[in-house]
Write a protein that binds this ligand. Sequence first.
Ligand code: ZN
Length: 283
Amino acid sequence: MVSTADLADIKIDNSDSTATNSATENSSSNEKEKDLVQHIEEETSKSALSIQALVEKYTPITPQQWGENVTGVKTQLDTADKVIALTLDACGGVYGSGYDKDLIEFLKQHKIPATLFVNSRWIDKNEEAFLSLSQDPLFEIENHGTEHKPLSVSGKSAYSVQGTATVEEAIQEIVENEQKIEKLTGKAPKFFRSGTAHYDEVAVQIAEELGETAVNYNLLGDAGATFSSEQVKAALLAAQPGSIALLHMNQPESGTAEGIMQAVPLLLDQGFRFVKLEDHKLK
Ligand SMILES: [Zn+2]
């Protein structure tokens, strides 16, 4: 089985990721890094000083872990209450910029809160919908990255998607979309989920320093929007108190909406409530 948590920009849109060599200490790569720091500074309100400090602090550290559940990534709510957090990714990109209106309408109609992890490219393609979602207190907007890259400080990849290659690139992947969200909504995101949900533990720490906690899941809800509605339903019915479910709101042709619509009433009957990530402590 494909265990793809978050490949709902399927048929991987990898065309714009440059093949970057791991940090070689030659002058052209130093120039490139300087340019990138300057670019991040211009595009965002982070000062060059704080970015440079992060670069200096983390560049010498070699990550030891790579994957979905590395040190520092939160995967569940810290509670024994019968609560579930639905997290819906909007990945963006050529194959990932759809909008599952039926799913959102269902959640609104039944007053089911959800946390939306939104990628910069998805916002560009769906700005009106994004603004409307961000103004609805039922939904919490969080950061799903700028280019939907696995978050690495050394260019690791996941499912053939090239990750960020340096500390600077990891910072850029986080803060450019953070600033876009803040500009459009007046509210800075508190949580980050990388494209493909892969990280190294150094990149997770960098996100934390930038004010965003990396969040994955302990309930694989739709496997990158590849599950049938029956599979989505079965996955959700296995929820435990405090589960964080990973699903997608950018693949309206998938079984995700139908599976959620079937599972939610049954879960409510079982005494579960739905919450946003910001409502709970995570672990
Ligand atoms: Zn995604």
